[in-house]
Design a protein around this ligand. Structure first.
Ligand SMILES: NC(=O)c1ccc[n+]([C@@H]2O[C@H](COP(=O)([O-])OP(=O)(O)OC[C@H]3O[C@@H](n4cnc5c(N)ncnc54)[C@H](OP(=O)(O)O)[C@@H]3O)[C@@H](O)[C@H]2O)c1
Length: 265
């Protein structure tokens, strides 16, 4: 099975080039997305609209759209020959990636309270992105990424891993705060307080941006940098949009609170 899949994926040098091209394409798509988001918010959650397709139940949408980000690399790691899987840096980087997507695809969707339905187009784009990125990160780290034996003791890896963990904890904690703003059955919006929400409107987004920036720092590859850049573009735009939305909606919204970067922006 593994050999069959490897033969399908072609010779190593060719696939490595393909993975690099996929990363450059992701960077290009992030730039296109940046300009698109100057005119339109990503249409899900509070910006949901039927203009982008029929509504998909929010829990189902998050579960199905995020699952490939967990399952595709899992498949790649266990059913294709992962020549670099015995290396500690590769194992730790894959662990970070899987830890996030285990939470995001198998826990987060089922905890959502009163979330808005997701328009089909947003759901479909997120699904495709998760397949694409799951293959890109999983295949590169399990088969191709080469690190020196002492990589895990180097400052880049240690600081990147710490950033990843701090970002992950901020992200999960902030999503927890948002979720608990609603009692079961409620669907409206309230002002979030606590954690990094004391400083920024997009605390959950800031956590996720830090997380993938740390991952990119620890892995030092164009593949992880492309993912971190894409995340930065999408989530910084969403943080700015949410911040404006809160200021318009709530007269008593804390005036010192920024959109994404405490005290600055
Ligand atoms: N890596 C990436 O590129 C990427 C992209 C997108 C999202 N994400 C991550 O996915 C997670 C969810 O993203 P999101 O864009 O859905 O976040 P969000 O807009 O902050 O919403 C998160 C959840 O909290 C609810 N909520 C938000 N603000 C609320 C408020 N003031 N009062 C009551 N409920 C509130 C939302 O309900 P409604 O649905 O009713 O608004 C939704 O269920 C985040 O952790 C984010 O970092 C990652």
């Amino acid at each position: 099975m593994g050999d069959f899949l490897n033969s399908l994926l072609g010779p190593e040098a060719e696939e490595l080039r393909l993975l690099a091209r996929m990363s450059y394409l992701m960077i290009f798509m992030a730039v296109v997305t940046f300009f698109t988001l100057l005119f339109e918010n990503v249409p899900y959650g509070r910006y949901s609209t039927t203009k982008f397709g029929f509504p998909v139940n929010v829990k189902l949408a998050w579960f199905v759209q995020e699952l490939p980000a967990f399952v595709v690399p899992l498949f790649v790691v266990f059913w294709t020959s992962g020549a670099k899987l015995s290396q500690l840096p590769n194992q730790l980087l894959l662990l970070m990636y899987f830890c996030h997507y285990f939470q995001r695809s198998l826990i987060y969707p089922f905890l959502i309270r009163g979330g808005k339905s997701t328009p089909f187009a947003s759901f479909a784009i997120a699904f495709v992105f998760c397949v694409y990125n799951g293959y890109l990160q999983g295949r590169y780290l399990s088969r191709y990424a080469e690190y020196p034996a002492d990589w895990v003791t180097r400052p880049m890896f240690i600081s990147g891993s710490v950033l990843w963990l701090v970002g992950f904890l901020i992200n999960v904690h902030s999503d927890h705060i948002l979720r608990n703003l609603r009692k079961p059955g409620e669907t409206g919006y309230k002002i979030p307080f606590g954690g990094l929400f004391e400083y920024v409107s997009g605390a959950n987004f800031l956590g996720e941006i830090i997380e993938w920036a740390g991952f990119a720092l620890a892995s030092q590859s164009v593949h992880s940098a492309a993912f971190a850049f894409f995340t930065l573009v999408v989530l910084s735009s969403r943080a700015v949009a949410h911040h404006r939305w809160y200021l318009e909606k709530f007269e008593d919204y804390p005036k010192s609170r920024k959109a994404l970067i405490p005290f600055l922006f």
